[in-house]
Ligand binder design. Structure first.
Ligand code: AHM
Ligand code: MG
Length: 332
């Protein structure tokens, strides 16, 4: 049965995706193929990431991306790898990427899916050999297949995601994803070139003792947020902040904790992007029993209004997010 397969040793990602599809015959084979396409691109990006120091391909590329941030060369490479895999796969009609100003219309109107992706998040960490990640969201287009893509295909709230995932290029490389029936994590076996199921049915601890926030900006945090952080400190919770969203989120998901990127003077709307950062992680968080809000509403309920829109983010163990909200609500 399903659980015996899920827990047996040596379940590859491909087999797992196939098994899930067999369990839900109504589910489309296209989504399965799309997940495999992403996994393949991930392996290539993993290889490039591992080589970054050696091959001297890390470092500033001398270009800036749409948010005006310095773009690392590896970001560009990852963007190309993922876009290529999604184009060749044939299941996708449009891609929204952190690295591209506009929607990428793949000119494949028969593709049923739209993908929003941050090909390489935490890029300031590349040059210093710290964990980085990939984040992706998958939506079903809402306009008829065969017609040109429209803005409404792209601007869907996170609650409409059909799948979402992240890849953590850390001490091991992991791919974690959900299709709305729980969360499963796979660890990459380098020598075999395969992802193996290592974290079946991931569940976040309901409560935690880790808080992750860039306190360097606390002078411009709300009073409520600072009061919440004081409470964390009064309980001697652990402060942990890598500055790589995927890595911070992943640790807190496993150990119990909260990640916060609030509004600051520098980033009045928060820093993180709704479409290809917050939504995917919010979907995974909820599927694992955790929570995600922008301080006043559920991340997944936000109706996007622009492609690269930012949002404040409070994400992690349910009780911690609830308690944080009881503080943040006060003076906001
Ligand atoms: P990026 O998309 O330019 O890499 O920025 C996103 C990253 C997140 O991974 C991380 O959580 C955050 O920015 C850190 O920002 P800060 O350095 O302001 O704390
Ligand atoms: Mg990013």
């Amino acid at each position: 049965n399903d659980s015996s397969l899920a827990y047996s040793v040596g379940v590859t990602l491909d087999r797992f995706i196939k098994k899930k599809q067999d369990d839900f015959p109504f589910a489309s084979g296209e989504l399965s193929q799309l997940l495999r396409d992403i996994a393949l691109a991930t392996k290539i990006v993993n290889r490039e990431t591992n080589r970054a120091g050696l091959a001297n391909i890390g470092g500033a590329f001398g270009q800036t991306n749409v948010q005006g941030e310095e773009q690392q060369k590896l970001d560009v490479i990852a963007n190309i790898r993922f876009t290529r895999a999604l184009t060749k796969g044939g299941e996708v009609c449009a891609v929204v990427s952190e690295e591209d100003d506009e929607v990428i219309d793949l000119q494949n109107s028969s593709g049923k899916y739209v993908v929003a992706i941050d090909p390489l998040d935490g890029s300031s960490n590349i040059d210093v050999n710290i964990s980085i990640g990939t984040i992706f969201s998958i939506y079903r287009r809402v306009t008829p297949v065969g017609s040109p893509i429209q803005l409404e295909d792209i601007m869907q709230p996170g609650s409409k995601q059909v799948a979402a995932g992240y890849v953590l290029y850390g001490s091991s490389t992991m791919l974690v994803y959900t299709t709305g029936c729980g969360v499963n994590g796979f660890t990459y076996e380098q020598s075999l070139g395969e992802f193996f199921l290592s974290h079946p049915e991931m569940k976040a601890p309901e409560d935690g003792k880790i808080f992750s926030v860039n306190e360097g900006a606390s002078k411009t945090f709300s009073k409520g947020l600072n009061a919440y952080l004081d409470t964390c400190k009064s309980r001697e919770y652990s402060a942990r902040y890598i500055g790589s969203l995927v890595a911070d989120f992943h640790r807190n998901l496993l150990k119990g904790g909260i990640y916060i990127y609030p509004e600051t003077a520098k980033n009045p709307e928060g820093k993180l992007r709704l479409l290809y950062e917050a939504n995917a992680l919010a979907f995974i968080a909820e599927q694992a029993g955790a929570a995600a809000t922008d301080g006043s509403q559920r991340i997944l309920d936000i109706q996007p209004t622009s492609l690269h829109q930012r949002t404040p983010l409070y994400i992690g163990s349910k009780k911690m997010v609830e308690e944080a909200m009881s503080f943040v609500g006060k003076d906001n």
